[in-house]
Write a protein that binds this ligand. Structure first.
Ligand code: GAP
Length: 487
């Protein structure tokens, strides 16, 4: 299986088995949007629940929040998004392809590594910048002039039409925020934005949380939910979409009492452990990538991306940034409200600093699928950890047209729906072999078959997804069996 091939297969499986479909599919699809189907919604929910349980429910120092998606324009002016949340875009005049300039160049570098020798430097691009771009295959933080210069210096062709000479427009900025107009009469309502990150909800509610709970520094506010960005580059299925879910934590601390470097390392450990120990992602498929000085946001003292090896290469999954107290400072200035924290012992007031682990939850779903996807001689299996599997157990009557088998199997189904923590499915279509294959494709850890022998000995056949081994188990012990084996 080639890597490209693997991505195509995952996307095909996702559509065929109800994980996700192109958004507005009925009307020809809406680019970079996806709808989660019956299997996808369970998987997404399981991933979100695990994140919430790990970082909110089980931690005494982190509280949750669910802030509004539509937010006041001042939130985004204060945060810097209105002025600076922009990507560089370029159009091909010939075929009308519109692309992000950094993606165009990064994709081109990947396929033209040898071209580095041909150009030493330019007016805007130094030798070091070109070396870094070709070594890291990353060009983040460049100016519009630098993007333009690279495209001209190396004669980058349009990946769609390859017209010669290339007919690119000059590179220009476009803002990623989605504005919305409020109010029913035009012009009456104020301007608002769909949130571009969940993070700002934590900053604008910082005082509300302080005033309504008994939190003490250091503490975190966590939120999971949708964010919106006007992405233009086609995004490798659910990897990059205009509507996606984030799981973010703003971890506030007093920078004179807590060493931010120690805290940063602790967060790196927690994020790594979550992916490897709770989600079962192989360590060799993960790596940390520190941001270069050019790439890092101006307010951040240190940023590192935890990258996953997707079928199309190592890409960002989870960012970790030390944002100092930039955001609280900005909101304090724009709102003219006091956002300081008063030390409960001394009364001393400070504006806390923050470390932010920012996860792409829908992107994590793609990573989980890529990690679980296996092809064997005669079957496709999603080897999902059982706590993530959309369906935990499937129950089959051996034959669908034998009322006594169907009645017994229904009894088992109802019993398991009570006993098992998660979805238990019924399937009586096709022969048993086909039903097994169908469950393997959606990652169901166990199948239970009720056969004629069951009517005599009250035992069923349990078949394990990964080993395909079958064993006979008494119906009376099924509850305990699954409590132990689905852990
Ligand atoms: N508050 C910081 C922040 O939002 P980010 O690196 O822009 O940082 C965090 O986003 C995570 O959100 C990324 O690591 C990525 O996994 C996910 N993400 C960002 N843009 C996305 C998009 N268009 N589609 C899907 N996931 C996205």
């Amino acid at each position: 299986m080639t890597t490209d091939n693997k991505m195509e297969k995952i996307v095909a499986l996702a559509k065929r088995r109800g994980f996700f479909y192109l958004g507005s599919d009925l009307y020809g699809g809406l680019a970079n949007t996806y709808d989660y189907g019956p299997m996808g919604v369970e998987l997404l929910r399981n991933v979100k629940n695990l994140w919430w349980k790990t970082f909110v429910t089980k931690r005494a120092d982190i509280v949750g929040l669910d802030a509004s998606i539509v937010s006041h324009h001042k939130v985004w002016e204060a945060s810097g998004h209105v002025a600076g949340f922009a990507d560089a875009m370029v159009d091909c005049r010939n075929c009308k392809l519109r692309m992000r300039a950094d993606h165009l160049i990064e994709d081109w570098i990947l396929q033209n590594k040898d071209a580095r020798q041909t150009v030493a430097s330019g007016e805007y691009l130094t030798t070091e910048q070109l070396d870094t771009a070709f070594t890291l295959e990353k060009v983040e933080g460049w100016s519009m002039e630098q993007f333009d210069e690279f495209i001209k210096l190396f004669g980058v062709l349009c990946p769609t039409c390859s017209v010669k000479p290339p007919q690119w427009t000059s590179v220009r900025k476009f803002n990623l925020l989605f504005p919305v107009e409020l109010g029913i009469v035009e012009g009456e309502g104020g301007k608002a934005y769909l949130r571009g990150e969940t993070a700002q909800g934590m900053f604008v509610n910082f005082q509300n949380v302080l005033n309504s709970t008994r939190v003490k520094l250091p503490f975190g506010i966590a939120q999971i939910g949708k964010s919106f960005r006007n992405e233009i580059t086609p995004g490798n299925s659910i990897f990059r979409t205009i509507e996606f879910e984030q799981g973010e934590i703003e971890y506030f601390f007093d920078d004179t009492k807590t060493d931010w470097q120690v805290l940063f390392e602790k967060w790196k450990e927690s994020m790594w452990d979550f992916l490897t120990k709770k989600l079962g992602i192989a360590e060799e498929h993960l790596r940390w990538r520190p941001h270069t000085d050019e790439e890092r946001s101006f307010y951040s003292k240190r940023t590192e991306d935890l990258e996953y090896q997707f079928p199309f290469g190592f890409k960002e999954l989870w960012g970790l940034a030390y944002r100092t107290n930039y955001d609280l400072k900005q909101h304090q200035e724009f709102s003219k409200k006091d956002l300081t924290y008063a030390n409960p012992q001394t009364g001393e007031k400070i504006l806390p600093h923050v470390i932010e682990p920012a996860l792409g939850v829908t992107r994590l779903v793609l990573a989980v699928l890529a990690e679980a996807y296996r092809e064997e001689e005669n079957r496709i299996v999603l080897s999902l950890p059982s706590h993530l599997a959309p369906v935990k157990v499937a129950v089959f009557p051996l034959l669908p047209n034998k009322p006594e088998l169907v009645a017994k199997a229904r009894e088992v189904l109802e019993m398991l729906q009570d006993a098992v923590d998660g979805k238990v499915l019924w399937d009586d279509r096709g022969n048993i072999g086909k039903r097994y294959l169908s469950q393997d494709e959606i990652g169901t850890p166990f199948c239970v078959t009720v056969d004629f022998q069951t009517l005599e000995d009250s035992m069923v056949t349990i078949r394990d997804r990964d080993s395909a081994v079958q064993e006979r188990v008494a119906i009376s012990t099924l509850g305990t069996y699954f409590q132990e084996n689905l852990r």
